[in-house]
Write a protein that binds this ligand. Structure first.
Ligand code: AVI
Length: 349
């Protein structure tokens, strides 16, 4: 893979045009700009055009995560109603030593690394086994990836980090062979739940292709539970989830020269029981027209019309293990919390 920086010489360097950074222990490569430059991704915004011109309207959830959206998501994770983050963290706290003991010395690759908070539990466990520490965080937000990586370097003096800014698909294709005995791709937070079944299938195939035989995949999944608990988690009393949802429109304005007025939309989230999924929408309050100049797109909205911005599927552990097995990913062990609200599955190719 092409490296965007010139030389290391032990001094921090930043190439602001490409957001790439390199020091002796930290390297960050911006796959988004690499690909835009090589025209590997010529259709930027075509997903927005497609989503807003169909009925009912949709927008892809990846547009939540500009720098502001990533900060809001971190706030969601701290909310009293939003149980997934703390439940998954409690499982990791209990079982990180067992998980890392099962993999042995291992490079950690994390998809959607964000603030890397839960990853620390795994890094601590690898450090406790006196294993070398190598971490490959992958995130679409350069800002959060860089700031988290720098903090990790301060806290783990022997840690080596190779960050990748880009989509999971791009990053998984770019993984170079690990220098450690094995590798574990980690996908926490039940972000898998934001994929439609067909996308999930494609994603598992990408994981399978990125791993060598014997390497690991650690998956965190939110489990099915009573509707009221689920709906509270996506309709928090402080309105952070509502702001997170509406921020997508601000992101589109900034990214595609748009004129969405967030005052003309409201947050709406509910649990679709037959499909076992939370659905998040933006509901239009008044008929109006929106223009996205950079996409040469004009969109008409009726009062009451909705844009679906996210699904968040809730899983069954047995079914999930069967789906993983169908891709050659054999479940080695499963851990849950006492209420069985969340599950962690360790699989091996
Ligand atoms: C990132 N993902 C797993 C979150 C979820 O719960 O589906 C995103 C989120 N949307 C609203 N709150 C949190």
């Amino acid at each position: 893979m092409r490296n965007l920086t010139q030389s290391a010489s032990g001094i921090s360097q930043a190439d602001h045009q490409h957001h790439s950074v390199k020091t002796e222990r930290l390297q960050i490569q911006d796959l988004v700009n690499l690909c835009a430059a090589s025209e590997a991704e010529p259709q930027v915004g075509s997903d927005v055009i497609q989503g807003l011109t169909q009925t009912p309207k949709t927008l892809p959830p990846q547009y939540f995560y500009d720098d502001r959206g990533s900060v809001l998501f971190e706030q969601i994770c701290e909310l009293p109603e939003y149980y997934p983050t703390r439940t998954e963290a409690s499982i990791l706290r209990h079982y990180a030593s067992e998980i890392t003991g099962m993999t042995g010395a291992c490079e950690l690759v994390e998809l959607g690394s964000g603030s890397s908070t839960k990853t620390r539990l795994l890094l601590d466990a690898y450090a406790a086994h006196a294993y070398p520490l190598r971490y490959v965080p992958i995130d679409v937000s350069a800002g959060i990836l860089e700031s988290s990586a720098k903090q990790l370097l301060l806290d783990y003096p022997s840690l080596q980090i190779q960050g990748l800014v880009g989509t999971y698909e791009l990053a998984l294709q770019q993984l170079t062979p690990t220098q450690l005995p094995t590798r574990m791709i980690v996908f926490l937070g039940s972000t898998l739940g934001n994929f439609k079944p067909q996308e999930c299938d494609v994603f598992f195939s990408q994981i399978q292709s990125a791993l060598e035989v014997g390497e690991y995949f650690l998956l965190g999944v939110d489990l099915q539970k009573p509707t009221s608990l689920l709906e509270d988690a996506y309709n928090d009393s402080q309105g952070v989830t509502a702001e997170f949802n509406l921020n997508m429109l601000k992101h589109l304005n900034q990214r595609f020269e748009g004129n969405f007025d967030t005052q003309l939309f409201e947050h709406w989230a509910f649990y679709n029981e037959p499909l076992n999924q939370i659905e998040m929408h933006l509901r239009c309050l008044k008929a109006h027209t929106v223009r996205l100049e950079a996409l040469d797109l004009t969109v008409k909205f009726e009062a009451g019309e909705t844009i679906m911005t996210e699904i968040s599927r809730k899983f069954d552990l047995d079914v999930m293990q069967q789906e993983l097995q169908a891709k050659g990913l054999t479940s080695r062990k499963v851990w849950t919390d006492p209420k069985q609200w969340f599950g962690l599955i360790l699989c091996q190719l």
